[in-house]
Design a protein around this ligand. Structure first.
Ligand code: 15L
Length: 269
């Protein structure tokens, strides 16, 4: 049996916690990196430290075949913090991956890299649509997509940026009926991205097969992503007899929904 080592940065965060059990496999060692100490289970190794520390990251990356980089600030925050953690932290991960000869790096981008795109830009909206960040946070995700491209072109690293929609156990709120990425589909998406057959540079939307989706699944399909879940299963519960979401309402018309109105630099968490 070939042992494959996968590094998960930000393993204690929302997506890390959802993905950790779903990425476990008998032939895989899952290395978990986070500033929050984690207890390693069977088939796991835990490293405590920050992606902003090159020594920590170099040690965590050593021996990994692939890196799933989830660590970062997951909403709007102050400029300096965003730059240090999301942008410089991602560069540190990419540098370490190249130095260690990692095959694939998966970057947790976000729909907010293109938050000001609207249904008028195309339905389904291609992942190739020009970036239009809605916050400093969204800008940092756009910047890291660009860093991924740079490291692919310079060093031949396979980089897949996932423009994640709304990834929680269940869709919360009417917008998420279109933007939900179920945890199981998130694991399918990461699985497709880290598969050795996926090479090159890709930017894909991270959403489930939602009936109400308006972001394209074609780019994901090109790397073998076949989502199986549909937020529609929760529509009755979420809408609870209320009005149907109006596609002309800015929350549903713009990719980034309410993020487009968040004061720049105001911490959300
Ligand atoms: C994100 O990028 C955030 O990290 C997450 O908390 C959600 O707000 C999500 O976008 C979304 O757009 O629903």
């Amino acid at each position: 049996m070939t042992l494959v080592s996968l590094l998960l940065t930000g393993a204690a965060g929302n997506m890390g916690a959802l993905l950790r059990p779903r990425l476990a496999r008998a032939d895989r060692t899952l290395r978990l990196l986070d500033t929050t100490p984690l207890t390693a289970g069977a088939g796991e190794e835990a490293v405590t430290g920050s992606v902003t520390d090159p020594d920590v990251v170099a040690a965590a990356v050593a021996g990994a075949d692939a890196v799933v980089h989830l660590a970062g600030i997951s909403g709007e925050a102050g400029w300096d913090e965003i730059l240090e953690v999301n942008v410089a932290g991602t560069r540190t991960v990419l540098n370490a991956a190249v130095a260690a000869g990692v095959r694939t790096v998966v970057l947790a981008s976000s729909n907010h890299a293109a938050g000001f795109r609207t249904r008028d830009d195309g339905v389904p909206l291609p992942a190739t649509v020009e970036q239009a960040p809605d916050t400093y946070y969204g800008w940092s995700k756009a910047a890291t997509e660009g860093l991924g491209r740079l490291y692919h072109e310079r060093f031949g690293l396979t980089v897949v940026s996932l423009r994640i929609g709304t990834c929680f156990e269940k869709p919360a709120g009417a917008r998420a009926l279109a933007t939900w990425l179920s945890p199981d589909d998130a694991a399918r998406l990461v699985g497709a991205a880290i598969d050795p057959s996926t090479r090159g540079h890709h930017v894909v939307w991270g959403i489930s097969a939602n009936t109400r989706r308006w972001w394209s699944l074609a780019e994901g399909a090109a790397i073998g992503f076949r989502p199986r879940d549909d937020a529609e299963a929760y529509a009755a519960e979420i809408l609870a007899g209320g009005p149907e979401p109006d596609p002309a309402d800015p929350v549903h018309h713009r990719v980034g929904g309410g993020f487009c109105d968040v004061p720049l630099g105001a911490p959300m968490h």
